[in-house]
Design a protein around this ligand. Structure first.
Ligand code: PMP
Length: 390
């Protein structure tokens, strides 16, 4: 009999190793740009004001925590539609289902794609969010990679992307980042989105759009540009949404999967499959975070305050990007990118030197969460990076 002792070793996630390194460093001036959460100018990740108020209201009024069912909080998914789907919010061919975070939505989307077409390949750019490949393999789908990021020229390798999508077979999945590409920050231009939507539609690919950072890029409405275009162009679309960043409810695990099918009947039928898949995995999504988001969105005063606070987070992301970009011409590309992340033009040796000499911690790849830097540390961060590049 084989036992637990026979389990194969796991290749450890290098970001987890980085967290351990940061924790072990006792220097008070250390800067952690490895972490993947929004931090304010003082280096905190606070509960948003509207969410805190929603929690209070829920605490005062919630009468029961009895089961809600596999689809979770239906009003939550309904209220997200105008935000996530924009001009397609009223389309009855789109169904939404609450999920445990963006991860839960991705899990369901990939599993559903595998039921529809077990031979589908998932076409994804590199680098991508490190959880995309294992989740794809977990759904027993094959991966087909292309180069998303041209590190020498610090921009999207659009030719590679277009070629890879054009080589897709009907039914293959095109995994796309809606905005704020993680880990590179290099997003598509509007013209590139138009080309992508046209290729995906022409080749009969199934677009799976990972929408984890709405509001952190060009703004809440502008960030859904690609999502709306794909919904214009395609009969079938999967959108995996997360509220964990833009409502800052990370650990409460709040997400939603939107599925567009060719007809409303097809969409409801797909929903029965999704409920079957989620039943086997988590049965029902956790309620608290989604109930808070719902409470925010159904109260105009809270919704306006959430929007104002999100916009100020967005403004900070822009300011930090501009400050770093202005520090050296070799960093100017950072101002043109979106979201919290960027790949700094540093070798592994230079990344290590930043850790040992300056107590600045980023991933081996040079990926840095730029809003991980508190205002008081920004100048020091810029000079240390420029000194190290020289
Ligand atoms: N997609 C991307 C690109 C992400 O960066 C993340 C979170 N780091 C997720 C999905 C999943 O987010 P959640 O925490 O809501 O599961």
């Amino acid at each position: 009999r084989r036992g637990l002792a026979d389990l194969p070793p796991i290749v450890s996630d290098s970001l987890l190793a980085l967290i351990a390194m940061v924790n072990a460093d006792t220097r008070s001036e250390k800067i952690d740009v490895g972490v993947g959460v929004y931090r304010d100018g003082e280096g905190r990740t606070p509960v948003m004001r509207a969410v805190r108020e929603a929690e209070q209201r829920l605490h005062d009024t919630q009468q029961s925590k009895s089961y809600l069912g596999g689809a979770g909080d239906k009003a939550f998914a309904q209220l997200l539609r105008p935000i996530v789907l924009g001009r397609h919010a009223g389309d009855e061919r789109i169904v939404g289902l609450q999920t445990p975070g963006g991860c839960g939505a991705l899990f369901l989307a990939l599993k559903l794609a595998a039921v529809v077409n077990p031979d589908a390949r998932v076409i994804m750019g590199t680098p991508t969010w490190p959880n995309h490949p294992p989740m794809t393999r977990g759904a027993r789908l094959e991966i087909s990679e292309y180069r998303h990021y041209d590190a020498d020229n610090r921009k999207v390798d659009f030719a590679a992307m277009a070629e890879a999508l054009d080589a897709g077979r009907p039914g293959d999945v095109a995994l796309l980042h809606a905005c704020c590409h993680n880990p590179t920050g290099a997003d598509l231009s509007e013209d590139e989105w138009r080309d992508v939507a046209a290729i995906v539609a022409r080749r009969g690919l199934l677009p799976l759009v990972d929408f984890a950072y709405q509001g952190f890029g060009r703004g809440l409405e502008a960030d859904r540009f690609g999502v709306e275009l794909l919904l214009d162009a395609c009969d079938e679309v999967l959108i995996t949404q997360s509220c964990d960043k833009n409502f800052a409810v990370y650990r409460d695990r709040v997400g939603c999967l939107f599925v567009k099918a060719a007809s409303a009947d097809n969409a409801s039928f797909a929903l029965t499959h999704l409920l079957q898949i989620s039943r086997e995995a988590w049965s029902m999504p956790p309620d608290h975070g989604a109930a808070c988001v719902r409470t925010v969105l159904e109260n105009a005063d809270l919704a306006a305050d959430w929007r104002a606070e999100l916009d100020s987070m967005h403004a900070r992301i822009r300011t930090v990007r501009q400050t770093i970009a202005a520090a050296d011409p070799r960093l100017s590309f950072i101002a043109d990118q979106q979201g919290m992340f960027s790949m700094l033009p540093l070798s592994l040796d230079q990344v290590k030197q930043l850790r040992s000499k300056h107590a600045i911690y980023m991933a081996d790849s040079g990926r840095a969460n730029l809003v991980g830097i508190a205002d008081r540390d920004l100048d020091r961060f810029c000079s240390a990076v420029v000194e190290t590049m020289n």
